[in-house]
Design a binder for this molecule. Structure first.
Ligand code: ZN
Length: 316
């Protein structure tokens, strides 16, 4: 018997601030999508792991962040205002909504300013985590889990030093992720049941962190492929895929770990996809002993009960 985990990269404009051409529709809809997703999770009483960019825990800032060691220009897009004025850069009210939801969500970290941890210095990684931990503590929260921006895993020792216990590792690559045959099977094979999604096995790494790898990105099959598959079968291929993963987790050991960004939901059919997946998940959970867990709960299950020493890096 396995379990199902849902994690979200919750970032608003911070997910794209280092890009020349940010996707306007995704930034535009990001707050509404965030709140509608919370409603959907409540409708089906499904808890999720919300990995929030730390800056969103602020309701205002000076736009400078002069004590932060990131390179010059990193915070240039930061408006230096407040949530009521520039609500794609601040999200204190949205984090409140996650905490206030009926479903028992976990608030996790997505770094302070969406830094790619595999491509940054240890000093910057430590500064990012320090900010996140302090902002969470101001809310009475402790951060247990990390989702790395763009899934670039790095500086895991720094996470451990700041008391985190879990991170989302990269999805194991399968044959259908590669090459022409893989592309063709995604188009033709998914709806026929030829492809089964991945269950993952959480493992404790050398720093005592639990790696909860991703199984399926719920919006990784968009554009022309999605349109063709929907036309061929009349169904949403991602719902089929997620349904199969949930069913597998209800009958085998392992974790089915789905993930998405709230800003992936820009159209009505995207919400319909999520509703269909959550409805199936709730139904299977209610008639089997399938567990729906957060990343932090998975980690707590795996780790010793003994608290680990916490050694912050640098001044607090
Ligand atoms: Zn700021």
């Amino acid at each position: 018997m396995g379990s199902v985990v849902l994690s979200l990269d919750a970032e608003l404009a911070w997910g794209f601030h280092d890009l020349d051409d940010p996707p306007g529709d995704r930034v535009e809809s990001s707050r509404e999508s965030w709140l509608r997703l919370l409603e959907l999770f409540d409708d089906f009483d499904v808890p999720a792991t919300w990995a929030v960019v730390g800056h969103l825990m602020l309701d205002s800032c000076d736009g400078e962040h002069s004590d932060h060691p990131t390179p010059d220009g990193w915070f240039d897009p930061d408006p230096g205002t407040w949530e009521g004025r520039d609500d794609r850069w601040y999200g204190a009210e949205l984090v409140d909504a996650v905490e206030d939801a009926d479903a028992d969500h976990e608030v996790a970290s997505h770094t302070f300013s969406h830094v790619e941890f595999a491509h940054t210095s240890r000093e910057i990684a430590a500064a990012e985590m320090r900010e996140c931990v302090e902002l969470a503590e101001d809310r009475g929260l402790s951060l247990d889990s990390m989702v790395f921006p763009r899934n670039y895993v790095g500086h895991r020792d720094v996470l451990a030093a700041y008391g985190l216990t879990a991170y989302r590792g990269t999805q194991p690559r399968r044959w259908y992720d590669r090459g022409v045959l893989g592309s063709a099977s995604k188009l033709l094979g998914w709806p026929t049941g030829a492809v089964s999604p991945t269950l993952v096995t959480p493992e404790i790494d050398e720093y005592g962190l639990v790696n909860v790898p991703a199984s399926l990105f719920l919006f990784g099959f968009e554009g022309r492929g999605r349109a063709l598959a929907e036309r061929a079968t009349g169904a949403d291929p991602m719902v089929e895929m997620a349904t199969r993963g949930i069913d597998r987790a209800a009958s085998e050991d392992g974790v089915f770990h789905m993930w998405l960004h709230p800003n992936n939901l820009t159209e009505e059919r995207d919400f319909e996809r999520m509703a269909a997946i959550l409805e199936h998940l709730a139904a299977v959970r209610d008639r089997t002993s399938l567990a729906v867990e957060t990343m932090g709960e998975i980690a707590a299950d795996l780790r010793d009960d003994e608290p680990r020493p916490r050694e912050p890096i640098g001044p607090r």
